[in-house]
Design a protein around this ligand. Structure first.
Ligand code: DX5
Ligand code: ZN
Length: 219
């Protein structure tokens, strides 16, 4: 089985010691740092935004994997790229048209970033069929976006398998990432389904055996 990438979500970090927690997951072998932006409008929670990203994006060597759960991504995409996003993933459901989606992708690419799109559990994965050739990443939500610590929704597995098949058949250059309720057991299911990147928050942060946990997700 191929090696997956682990992307710890700092939503579950201790914000009193954010730099300490970021360096701990980097030292433990994480390749991406998942940065969950919530606006209290697209999702019923508010997390953090551009000033925090500006501050932490240069304090580590991992890929800044920014997940914006916000309305109107077109308005803010450039600001997140300027603040240090390497991958910027916005929500399909936050866009009013395919043209808007393509405009956001174009902005991200104009900053030499990787463009990702995320779909919520109730969104049919086939809505992405015509976009996969433009995208660098698809983020399959395995929880309702808005909070860490929720349980894995197994419908995500069929979406991962579908994306893996279509991407491989068409030789698209598009990574498949899964996000929500990832632990040792659910990670195994997602890897078997063909995922490339695992986001994990509450399974990693706040645990003494962080290194073993990250190793376990990768094996
Ligand atoms: C939820 C976020 C996820 C979340 C993952 O809206 O997009 O990244 O922080 O947290 P866990 O791994 O605890 O489900
Ligand atoms: Zn996320």
């Amino acid at each position: 089985m191929k090696k997956v990438i682990v992307a710890p979500s700092i939503l579950s970090a201790d914000f009193n010691y954010l730099k300490r927690d970021i360096l701990a997951v980097e030292k433990a072998g994480a390749e991406y740092l998942h940065f969950d932006v919530m606006d209290g409008h697209f999702v019923p929670n508010i997390s953090f935004g551009i000033p925090v990203l500006k501050c932490i994006s240069k304090s580590h060597k991992m890929v800044n994997d920014v997940h914006i759960m916000i309305s109107d991504p077109l308005k803010y995409a450039a600001d997140f790229m300027k603040a240090g996003a390497n991958i910027l993933t916005f929500h399909y459901e936050a866009c009013k048209s395919e043209k808007e989606i393509l405009d956001v992708i174009r902005i991200i690419h104009s900053f030499n970033g990787k463009a990702g799109i995320s779909i919520k559990p109730n969104t049919d994965v086939k809505v992405l069929d015509g976009l996969l050739k433009e995208l660098d990443l698809v983020l399959v939500m395995s929880v309702e976006p808005g909070f860490g610590g929720q349980s894995f929704i197994s419908d995500a597995l069929d979406k991962i398998t579908y994306l893996r098949t279509v991407i491989d058949q068409n030789k698209y250059n598009c990574l498949v990432e899964v996000d929500g309720g990832i632990n040792y057991e659910t990670a195994k299911l997602c890897k078997r389904a063909g995922v490339d990147i695992l986001v994990a928050g509450s399974y990693l942060f706040g645990h003494e055996d962080l290194e073993e946990r990250i190793k376990g997700l990768k094996e």
